[in-house]
Design a protein around this ligand. Structure first.
Ligand code: FES
Length: 120
């Protein structure tokens, strides 16, 4: 199982193939995913210290570029747990203006993923 190490030093054993946003949330990490995992809101974003995936979905690339976050952040709803990663979560329900984290993302990556090589 891939190990996810958070910036506070805690670790999560993530089921192979699970969406990162769900692996984090199901391990008790306070995560926002306001659009329900459709690469729209960017609230699920994370910052990698190590193990940034070398692939991404075209939807993630386009949304990060639109938001001015490309090359700095990744969308945890567009990432599959298939290797060890070290990262920081950015947005949390606690302290946010929202009354919920957002609808639970589907188990599969949405929208239908078109995988591309990370261009950097
Ligand atoms: S972009 Fe909205 S949950 Fe990931």
């Amino acid at each position: 199982m891939p190990t996810i190490t958070l910036d506070n030093g805690s670790t999560i054993e993530a089921p192979e193939g699970k969406r990162l946003v769900l692996a984090l949330e199901d391990a008790g990490v306070d995560m926002l995913h306001r659009c329900g995992g459709f690469a729209i809101c960017t609230t699920c974003r994370v910052a990698f210290a190590d193990g940034e995936p070398t692939t991404m979905t075209a939807a993630e690339r386009d949304r990060l570029a639109d938001a001015g976050l490309f090359g700095q952040m990744r969308l945890s709803c567009q990432i599959i747990c298939d290797h060890d990663m070290q990262l920081a979560t950015i947005n949390h329900l606690i302290g946010s203006p929202y009354d919920s984290a957002g609808n639970r993302p589907h188990n599969e990556v949405t929208p239908q993923p078109h995988w591309i090589k990370r261009p950097y």
